[in-house]
Write a protein that binds this ligand. Structure first.
Ligand code: BES
Ligand code: ZN
Ligand code: ZN
Length: 487
C-alpha cells in the first residue's frame, strides 16, 4: 500500500473510493458540502435517510454514478470532536479500507480538510493496520486473489512526508509484530526470531549479538538453559543494540521480551484446551522486534536495546523438573515449583543481562500470566513498577498511542510468597495475585535499575476484528514503545 499526501485538491484525484470524515457535533466539511452540491443533494438525502449523526464508526455510502472521479463516496463518523483520539482515527482508516475491500476497490482518497496532520496520520496508520491479513498459509479464494488496497491519497491536509514516513514505519513495526504472533510455533522458531533480528540490525546504528544453546549454557543464563532443555528446537538469546548515528548523551532504553515460541507448560503440562493458543507466548518478543523494526526505520535520538530470550517450553527427556534449583545469570538461585511459570525464568536472565549496559530504564514485555487476564480482562495490559517517573512516562506513552495499560501494585506483603526454603526464591507465588507475584519475581533481577514490567497476556491476541485491531495477534505495545522512545 502506497500512501501519499497529495498537493491536488479532493476533486482532482481520481480513486475508487473517496472518504470524508465528520465529527458528531460539527458542521460537515467544505468538501462534503461541495460533494453534495455536485451530486444535486443526493449525499445529504442519504445521510438524512440513515440518520447519520457522525457517531463513532457510523458510515454512509453513495455511488457517484460517474459524476465524480470516485466510484463511491463514504462519510465516516468520528464522534465528538473533543473526544476523538488516535484509536478512533485508526478505526476510521480501517473502516475505510474495509468498505473499499468489500467492493473490490484498490485506491482510496481521504479528505483531510477537517483533520490536523497528526489526526490524518493516525487515519492513514489505521488504513495500513486495517488492511493487515494473515493468510499466507491459505489457498487463494476460487474466484481469484483477494482484493488489496494499492494507494491511499490524502488531500487537503497539512500532513507532511515526515509524518507519513513515521506512520509507515509504525505500521511496519505493528504488522511485523502481528505476523510473528500469528505464525505457528513450527514456523516462528527462536532461530527465525534471531534471523529477523539480524535482518533488522542491518539498519544504520545497529549491532546484534546472538547466542545458541551451548553459548547460552556457557554464559550462565541458568533460566533460559533450564526452560529450553526439554525442547529439541534450538533456543536463542538475542541482543539488538541501536545507537543513533549522530551520537546521544542520554543513556539507552532497554526493551526485554519474553520469546517462548511455544509454551506446552513443560512437565507441569498444560491441558489441551489452553495449550493450543500458546504459540502466542512470544508476544513480548514480538513487541520488542516490532518496536526495533520501527526504530530501524525512524532512527530516533535515543539509544535502544532490544533483548529477547527465545525458546520452547516442552516436555522432552531433558526437561527441567519441578524441584530443580537453578543458578540464574545474576547469581541468584531459583527453586522451580512449576515448570509452566517459565517466562519469568527466561526474563530474569534477560533483565540481569540488560543491566550490564547501564540503561536508563528496563522495560520488559511478556505474555506472563493468565492471572493478569483474569484481573484486567482481555484488552488491558498490566503495568508494574516502583518507579513513579517511569510509570508516568509509560502511562503517558500508552495514552498518546491509545493502547490500554493499567498499573497494578507490587505489593510487598504478597511478595513474601515467593520465598523459598531451598533457594533464594521460587518461581511460584500463592493462589492470589498471580500477576503481581510474577512481577515481583522479576523485580528480584532488576537491582537498582529503574524497571517496569508489562504483562500483555490479554491484549496480545484479539478474538475478533474490531476497528484497526484484527482477530489474532494485535501487535500490542509496539505503538506505546515507539511513543515512549520518542522521535
Ligand atoms: N504463557 C503463560 C501465560 C498465559 C496464559 C499467556 C494465557 C497468555 C494466555 C505462562 O507461561 C503460564 O503458563 N503462566 C501460568 C503461571 C502459573 C503456573 C503460576 C499461569 O498463568 O497459569
Ligand atoms: Zn507457562
Ligand atoms: Zn508462558
Amino acid at each position: 500500500m502506497k500512501t501519499n499526501a497529495s498537493p491536488e485538491s479532493f476533486f482532482e484525484v481520481s480513486a475508487d473510493l473517496a472518504v470524508i470524515a465528520r465529527f458528531e457535533d460539527q458542521a460537515p466539511s467544505a468538501t462534503e458540502t461541495a460533494v453534495d452540491e455536485r451530486l444535486q443533494g443526493a449525499l445529504g438525502k442519504t445521510l438524512e435517510r440513515i440518520r447519520f449523526k457522525g457517531k463513532p464508526r457510523q458510515v454512509a455510502s453513495l455511488d457517484t454514478l460517474g459524476q465524480l472521479p470516485f466510484e463511491t463516496i463514504i462519510v465516516i463518523g468520528l464522534g465528538k470532536k473533543d473526544a476523538v483520539g488516535p484509536a478512533g482515527l485508526r478505526d476510521a482508516g480501517a473502516i475505510a479500507v474495509k468498505e473499499a475491500l468489500t467492493r473490490h476497490y484498490a485506491s482510496i482518497t481521504v479528505d483531510g480538510l477537517l483533520l490536523t496532520a497528526d489526526e490524518t496520520g493516525q487515519l492513514v496508520l489505521g488504513c495500513r493496520l486495517g488492511s493487515y491479513t494473515f493468510d499466507e498459509f491459505q489457498a487463494a479464494p476460487e474466484d481469484g486473489p483477494k482484493p488489496t488496497i494499492t494507494t491511499v491519497n490524502v488531500t487537503g491536509s497539512s500532513l507532511t512526508d515526515v509524518t507519513l514516513a513515521r506512520m509507515e514505519a509504525i505500521a511496519d513495526g505493528v504488522c511485523l509484530s502481528r505476523k510473528l504472533i500469528n505464525e505457528p510455533a513450527n514456523v516462528c522458531t527462536p532461530e527465525r526470531l534471531a534471523a529477523l533480528a539480524v535482518e533488522i540490525s542491518k539498519a544504520p546504528g545497529f549491532t546484534v549479538d546472538i547466542w545458541d544453546r551451548q553459548q547460552i549454557i556457557d554464559k550462565g543464563f541458568g533460566g533460559l538453559t533450564a526452560v529450553s532443555q526439554g525442547a529439541a528446537v534450538e533456543p536463542r538469546f538475542i541482543h539488538m543494540s541501536y545507537t543513533p548515528v549522530n551520537g546521544t548523551s542520554e543513556p539507552a532504553i532497554a526493551l526485554v521480551g519474553k520469546g517462548i515460541t511455544f509454551d506446552a507448560g513443560g512437565l507441569c503440562i498444560k491441558p489441551a484446551k489452553g495449550m493450543a493458543d500458546m504459540y502466542i507466548d512470544m508476544g513480548g518478543s514480538a513487541a520488542v522486534m516490532g518496536a526495533m523494526q520501527t526504530v530501524a526505520k525512524t532512527q530516533p535520538a535515543r539509544a535502544v536495546h532490544g533483548i529477547v530470550g527465545a525458546c520452547e517450553n516442552m516436555t522432552g527427556a531433558d526437561a527441567y523438573r519441578p524441584s530443580d534449583i537453578l543458578t540464574m545469570y545474576s547469581g541468584k538461585t531459583v527453586e522451580v515449583l512449576n515448570t509452566d511459570a517459565e517466562g519469568r525464568l527466561v526474563l530474569a536472565d534477560a533483565i540481569a543481562y540488560a543491566r550490564e549496559f547501564n540503561p536508563e530504564c528496563i522495560i520488559d514485555l511478556a505474555t506472563l500470566t493468565g492471572a493478569c487476564m483474569v484481573g484486567l480482562g482481555p484488552n488491558y495490559a498490566g503495568l508494574f513498577t516502583d518507579h513513579e517517573d517511569l510509570s508516568d512516562r509509560l502511562l503517558g506513552a500508552a495514552k498518546r498511542a491509545e493502547e490500554c495499560l493499567w498499573r497494578l501494585p507490587l505489593d510487598k506483603k504478597l511478595g513474601e510468597s515467593i520465598k523459598s526454603k531451598r533457594a533464594d526464591i521460587t518461581n511460584l507465588g500463592g493462589p492470589y495475585g498471580g500477576a503481581i507475584t510474577a512481577a515481583q519475581f522479576l523485580q528480584n533481577f532488576s537491582g537498582d535499575t529503574p524497571w517496569a514490567h508489562i504483562d500483555i497476556a490479554g491484549p496480545t491476541m484479539a478474538s475478533k476484528d474490531d476497528g484497526y485491531i484484527k482477530a489474532g495477534g494485535t501487535g500490542f505495545a509496539v505503538m506505546t514503545l515507539v511513543e515512549f522512545i520518542g522521535d
